[in-house]
Design a protein around this ligand. Sequence first.
Ligand code: SAM
Length: 289
Amino acid sequence: MHIADYRVTKAILDRHGFSFKKSLGQNFLTDTNILQKIVDTAAIDREVNVIEIGPGIGALTEFIAENAAEVMAFEIDDRLIPILADTLRDFDNVTIINEDILKADLKTHIAQFKNPTLPIKIVANLPYYITTPILMHLIESKIPFSEFIVMMQKEVADRISAEPNTKAYGSLSIAVQYYMTAQVAFIVPKTVFVPAPNVDSAILKMTRRASPLVAVTDEDFFFKVSKLAFAHRRKTLWNNLQAVFGKTEEVRAQLTNSLEVAEISPQIRGEALSIPEFAKLSEALLPLK
Ligand code: SAM
């Protein structure tokens, strides 16, 4: 029997008198097939260290610990710490850290892995209220992890992995795909959680690129340009650019020139531009920075 077997989960929750906090995104997994699929998708073995975010009562942690070298799991809710000490007592390769993942000093913590030279993967069933901040915080941190295999709302997974010319494509697709490849591995129905969330979920697998997808002079400006191109999705690129940079003769002349240099039509919409095209555009717009 596993922690995630519905009857075991129920007994743990009852024994500890645990009540869910919606504000912390607490939806626990109660399907061992899905957990096995997550671990298989992440290709976890004894040569991999894992960082987990939000272990809950340990449903996913147990599956990771059975396969990985070591797991370090960050849980914000103090009430879960004694429960995890109980449910995971048989494992000597699990460390629970009672901290907010957004505030933890990850560099210092990961130096504590018994074998810090092993590759690190991040595996989690994320709290949905802060999915994007957690993703961006970890991707932009200097933590040397190779893969990120996480459960999130299906709609967010679709946006992150979206291709140009689709409704889901936007600045979040670009912010993540700049650093990582991203693919939806499989869909998870809401019925496998207690309590059930309002939406379906997906497992997204992201792999860090050896270097960012495109080379840009100024990363912040590149991300700014990719955001502003989607500020009003129905407006043309030209109108979105003017709304930010201004409408004076001088600015218009510079914009015209920059778009010509980047070989991009002003009448196009942001969603039609690939990431390499956004890179060309932001380079050509540098004089307006
Ligand atoms: N991993 C468990 C599972 O799959 O059943 C629980 C997943 S539940 C969706 C999200 C977990 O993240 C909860 O245990 C919640 O308390 C925790 N959490 C929420 N915000 C957090 C934060 N900022 N840092 C660390 N953990 C957090």
